[in-house]
Design a protein around this ligand. Structure first.
Ligand code: ATR
Length: 264
């Protein structure tokens, strides 16, 4: 039986095992997908298990997407350009680090039916997932990316990789067509971004990377102000689908049952 793992800290709330095990079963694959909470000092040991073929693939989540890089042999183009790895596999005895958050985000936008070409994007947050979102948006040829983060320095650091992004003060709301909440504010039901979004609203696109709760206050406000909204569920599903496809060489189904799986 093949073994797969998602590693992170915390990891209790990860829905990756639920999703992958559903697809493993529905595709009749002999495998199991588990979660493991780690400290950074244990990373090397776990990754070594892939080299020894004791584990067949690993998903990496917060806060280790960058920290795993020194233990890998090669990065794919996507992982290299975001310094972010969420999927690891062995190919020709080499440990490969790949990033499927990019395709996950890109597919979620495509599925939403919104055309981002030539649009202005405003991203809130500068955490682990943001380089992947920027990479995908640039690929989709948006016209401008503006970023604001509570800790401005972290937003400034992103400029090293993505030179043409514009940094805004935390609290400022510039013009945008699409606004993306990539902060962790919203994970708790009572969380509120204290930003006045009412001036720049109506016919915009509010995207929240968070999918649990289903509708954050950010999305509720967006909807109330007459904007299109989308949560992070499709992004999560499609990053998982891409990893599944790499490991099992099969393209699993995304149906109503899969979407419901992620509702707690
Ligand atoms: P990490 O920062 O370790 O990569 P993350 O979950 O990927 O963790 O990112 C959390 C994001 O949510 C960060 O952009 C964080 O802002 P800081 O860089 O200033 O910490 C943002 N965030 C978390 N709590 C916040 C809050 N109360 N107000 C504003 N932003 C917040």
């Amino acid at each position: 039986m093949k073994k797969f793992l998602v590693i992170g800290n915390p990891i209790e709330h990860s829905l990756s095992p639920k999703l992958h095990n559903y697809w493993i079963k529905s595709n009749g694959i002999d495998a199991i997908y588990e979660k493991q909470k780690l400290n950074e000092s244990e990373l090397e040991q776990v990754i070594l298990q892939i080299r020894k073929k004791k584990i067949d693939g690993v998903n990496v989540t917060v806060p280790f997407k960058k920290a795993v890089i020194p233990f890998l042999d090669e990065l794919t183009f996507e992982a290299k350009n975001t310094q972010s790895v969420n999927t690891i596999y062995l190919k020709n005895n080499k440990l490969i680090g790949h990033n499927t958050d990019i395709i996950g985000f890109e597919t979620s936008i495509e599925m939403s039916g919104y055309n981002v070409f030539n649009k202005e994007v405003f991203i809130l947050g500068a955490g682990g997932v943001v380089p992947s979102i920027i990479f995908a948006l640039k690929k989709m040829e948006v016209s401008k990316i503006k970023i604001s983060n509570r800790t401005k320095e972290k937003a400034e650091n992103l400029k090293r990789f993505f030179k043409d992004i514009e940094i805004k003060e935390w609290g400022d709301v510039p013009n945008f067509d699409i606004i993306i909440n990539a902060t962790s504010l919203g994970l708790k039901k009572e969380d509120n971004l204290s930003l006045d979004l009412s001036l720049n609203s109506g016919n915009k696109f509010f995207y929240d990377v968070i999918y649990n709760p289903n509708e954050t206050n950010f999305l509720k406000i967006g909807k109330k102000l007459g904007n299109k909204t989308l949560n992070g569920k499709l992004m999560f599903i499609y990053q998982a689908l891409s990893a599944f496809n790499i490991w099992h060489k099969q393209k699993p189904d995304v149906n109503e049952d899969v979407i419901k799986l992620l509702d707690k």
